[in-house]
Design a protein around this ligand. Structure first.
Ligand code: C5P
Length: 224
């Protein structure tokens, strides 16, 4: 039998990364940000100049891709493609704009899901994404669906972009971008964004980050 697995899913900008990373550190679990893996493939597709909408082009790009995920300082995660560190580059607005299109391809999902399952084969891990509780680790010991209203998530996204030194679009533009990514992620044919039947829903509007982390720790202590 393996060590526990925790699945944290939810839409874009719900604050999953921040709270999941802190939760992982507190419980001594490995932190796996699966969105970073979809972003890395997207960065690679763009780097090659391939069309993210074409399944054949994306499959060809995937064939030449060696994606390495490793633990970094402070519980962070380092992402390397064919030996190059792309940890920062995959956060660009260009990658964000096309990642849902790349993530919709079955070949991409098959490859990344298999890699994620291999990383979690011994357990002792908390993975965050869109399909962790439904497709990657359906036998997870705890599943949480972390969400917030579009307005709240757009405000958080603005703060995040500002902190990273990127231009900050207006609130309506950010809300429209987030709603579009939600829609694409929730309506794709393969492993769409969806709350697992046995997940606990946590709506985080108005909650401080620390309160969300504490709620996750309490759920883990109660149920795992
Ligand atoms: O979490 P993050 O916003 O970095 O995820 C980027 C994108 O990667 C999502 O909008 C989604 O299209 C894709 N993704 C996915 N399945 C996951 C994690 C992310 O399809 N498990």
């Amino acid at each position: 039998s393996r060590s526990p697995i925790v699945a944290i899913d939810g839409p874009a900008g719900a604050g999953k990364s921040t709270v999941t990373r802190a939760f992982a550190r507190r419980l001594g679990l490995i932190y796996l940000d699966t969105g970073a893996m979809y972003r890395a493939v997207t960065w690679w597709v763009q780097h090659l100049g391939a069309d993210p909408a074409l399944p054949e082009a994306v499959a060809a790009a995937l064939a030449g891709l060696d994606l390495q995920i490793s633990a970094a300082a402070e519980g962070a995660q380092q992402v390397c493609i064919n030996g190059h560190d792309v940890t920062e580059a995959i956060r660009s607005p260009e990658v964000t704009a096309q990642v849902s299109a790349v993530a919709a391809h079955g070949c991409v999902r098959d490859a990344l899901t298999a890699q994620q399952q291999a990383m979690g084969s011994r357990g002792g891990l908390v993975a965050e994404g869109r399909d962790i509780g439904t497709a990657v680790f359906p036998d997870a010991d705890l599943k949480v669906f972390l969400t917030a209203t579009v307005a709240e998530r757009a405000r958080r996204r603005a703060q995040d972009l500002e902190a990273r030194g990127f231009a900050v679009p207006s609130q309506p533009v950010l809300e429209a971008e987030i709603a579009e990514r939600d829609h694409r992620d929730a309506t794709r044919a393969v492993a769409p964004l969806r709350m697992a039947d046995d997940a606990v829903e946590l709506v985080t509007d108005g909650m401080a980050i620390e309160a969300v982390i504490q709620a996750l720790v309490d759920l883990f202590r109660d149920r795992v």
